[in-house]
Structure formats: C-alpha cells, structure tokens
Design a protein. Sequence first.
Length: 197
Amino acid sequence: MARTVDPARHEARRLVIIDAALTVFAERGYDGATTAAICRQAGIGSGTFFHYFPTKLDLLLAILTLGIQEAREAGAVFADRTDPLGVLLDIVRQGADDAADPRMPGFVRAVGGVMHQPDVAAKLAEDAQAQRDLLRPWVAKAQRAGEIRTDLTPDRITSWLYLLTDGFLGRIADEENFTAEGEKATLVDTARRFLAP
C-alpha cells in the first residue's frame, strides 16, 4: 500500500533543503557546492535530496523560483495602502533588508557564475519582471497622486528603481565593505531624491 504524503511536511522538508543549499552555494559557489555538502547542511541523505531535486541545477532554479513567488506575493502586503510613495520606499527598504542576509553576497556570486545557462537566465529575467511588476502600479499611483516626478514615464521610473535595487545587490556581492546595513539609508534616500517631483 502506498504511503500518503503530508503536503505540509513535504513542503517543510523542501524548504529545509533550499535553505541549506542557499548556505552552501553562498560558501562554495555553484561549482564548489556538492550535493553531498548540501545534504550534510540539511541533515538529509542523498536519496531524500534526489527525491526533491533531480539535479543541483533544479535546486538552484527552485531557490530563484521562490524569490519570484515572494516578489509576486509582496503585492498583497501593500494592497490596502493609500500612500504610493511610502509603498515604493518600503519596497526599496525590503530589497535592502533581503540583501542583509549574510549569505546573499556569496549566493549572488554563485548565480552570477551560471547566469549564462539558459534556464538560469530565464529565471533571472522572470525575477526582474516580477520586481518591475511589483513597482510599476505604485509608480503610476504615485504619479497620479502628485507624490513623485512626472517628467518620466512610469516604465522608465520603474526601470530606474529596479536598477537602484539590483545594483545595490550587485555592490554587496562585489564589494566587501559595502553592506546592506551600512548603505540602506543611502539607498532609500537616493530613491526618494530620484522620485521627488
């Protein structure tokens, strides 16, 4: 008789593996991260690993997919807000807070090493679109409310805000003394000044 699968337990185990992989990718890079090291970090056997993720690449893509889902779900958090400029600045702050995870610099470098692979490139493009989709409605609302500049289209403003947050993450990955905690206030201030009417 087949065992029944508890969906909550299955998802919890999957997230434990994802979290362990994030740590190992950050420490060792993509090429240096072995499935054995990920299994040790997660406290699982290789059979369990391969039950959830057929390959290391599938695991990396799952991490990126989780980030995309979080960006898409973030819109619901702001749904009842009536201060578009405040929402835009909170999205920028949240990006800095996410970048403050000590594993993030190493993980960004690990992904950078394989971003030429078509599946990874597609996920990164999907993530960029999810980030823009989160920002753009609030940019349009803030323009209609007269809270931000109107000399640029909503699409251009959205692209620049994305450039600020994505570039911030890149600097954290590339420059040891550039930290999310140390630079967050400047990032938000830069966004505020850029958006000013």
